[in-house]
Design a protein around this ligand. Structure first.
Ligand SMILES: Cc1ncc(COP(=O)(O)O)c(C=O)c1O
Length: 389
């Protein structure tokens, strides 16, 4: 039996999206910028995809959706696109639990002389809106805070943060890659200026994403050329990939009311089944949480001996795909910066694991995974299981 529980890393492309992509590859392969019939057929595909993606975040105007190659590019376009508007270094604010696709552009700006404030988080991984208020300066030009944290599942108080930025006249960006398509997002009622999405987290193909750019918000492009995507992202659009993204987005919106509730039940079931294992500590916020996200750290893990990576390997041997919060750089295991930011000690931050559920996950899968994980922990870390008896 094989069970994939890494839907936050990527999702299998759904058959409806594959069918749409196949049709475009064979019948609508023109260049959408060409004026002839072939080009216009492809342009129709791109515009249809834009109209399908806009409802993911309830964007009233599909023109506010700028297609990119994925969430990483959308985040880079938001941050560097704002930064490039300024001749001299200014100040931006991010949180210290951002995905690297925000943290790295911010680090680059710092190298270029910009001031970067990284807001701290509490033990559940949440930013305190008052900290944002206090961090704003006269030269702050952008605030960027992740909506749903990919490693620990915590949802941020995005509306409050957006309101604070707006009151100060500062642009607000959120990386909603883990949220858009999993929870309702409504930019009409939010004070968000820029919002990143990704296709492959919602059963669309890899290699597509989008940045919502609120009408009236100015950005400079990262890619210059033929002026596609309202001059914000030059380059011939990946028409087949966007067709797949569009179909996946449309179906995500349709299925969200039932699927989100189903996933939350499975998520809570998995948490409940593992609750009694001492040392296996749930991470993130249990209330403000991504619906499909289960994460733990091993509070008593002995670093290299029982790291998240070891558990991932063991689970993989049992046919179960999960992920570790700790990244492995050049062979050396490093603790999860997100857990460190949340105040966990280094050995716990080495023992982070994440199980993210999706369309194919069943109750039986969850029960099986819980049993296998328990057995592995009993074998590898008897002190964890001994303590519970
Ligand atoms: C929160 C978050 N932001 C950005 C990204 C990057 O998205 P993409 O893989 O589409 O570049 C990811 C992917 O894991 C993510 O989880």
């Amino acid at each position: 039996m094989q069970i994939y529980l890494d839907y936050s890393a990527t999702t299998p492309t759904r058959p409806e999206a594959i069918a749409a992509m196949q049709a475009v590859l064979t019948q609508q392969w023109g260049n959408p910028s060409s004026l002839h019939e072939w080009g216009q057929r492809a342009a129709t595909v791109v515009e249809q995809a834009r109209m399908q993606v806009a409802p993911l975040i309830n964007a009233p105007d599909p023109e506010s959706i700028i297609f990119t190659s994925g969430g990483t590019e959308a985040n880079n376009l938001a941050i560097m696109g704002v930064a490039h508007l300024y001749a001299k270094p200014q100040h931006i604010i991010i949180s210290n639990v951002e995905h690297s696709a925000v943290a790295e552009p911010a680090r680059l700006l710092e190298l270029w002389g910009w001031q970067v404030t990284r807001l701290g988080v509490d033990a559940k991984g949440r930013v305190n809106p008052l900290d944002l208020k206090a961090a704003l300066q006269d030269n702050t030009v952008l605030v960027s805070v992740i909506y749903g944290q990919s490693e620990v599942g915590t949802l941020q108080p995005i509306e409050e943060l957006g309101n604070i930025a707006r009151s100060a006249g500062v642009l607000f960006h959120t990386d909603a890659v883990q949220v858009a398509g999993r929870l309702p997002v409504n930019v009409k009622n939010m004070t968000v200026d820029l919002l990143s999405m990704s296709s492959h987290k919602i059963y669309g193909p890899q290699g597509a994403g989008a940045l919502y750019v609120r009408p009236g918000v100015d950005l400079l492009p990262l890619l210059n050329g033929g002026g596609q995507e309202r001059r914000l992202r030059s380059g011939t659009q990946a028409v087949p990939i966007l067709a797949g993204f569009g179909v996946a987005a449309e179906l995500a919106v349709q299925e969200m009311p039932t699927e989100t509730v189903r996933l939350m039940k499975l998520r809570d079931r998995l948490f409940a089944q593992l609750r009694d294992i001492p040392g296996l500590i749930p991470t993130g916020d249990c209330t403000h949480r991504l619906p499909h996200h289960v994460s733990f750290c091993l509070e008593y893990a002995d670093g290299e001996k029982l790291s998240g990576k070891t558990l991932v390997r063991q689970m993989n041997l049992a046919g179960i795909g999960i992920s570790a919060g700790a990244a492995c750089h050049s062979g050396k295991l490093s603790p999860s910066p997100v857990l460190l930011a949340m105040g966990y000690p280094e050995n716990a931050a080495l023992g982070a694991i994440r199980m993210t559920l999706g369309r194919d996950t069943t109750e039986a899968d969850v029960d099986w995974v819980a049993m296998v994980l328990r057995q592995i922990l009993e074998r590898l870390a008897p002190e964890l299981s001994l303590a519970k008896r």
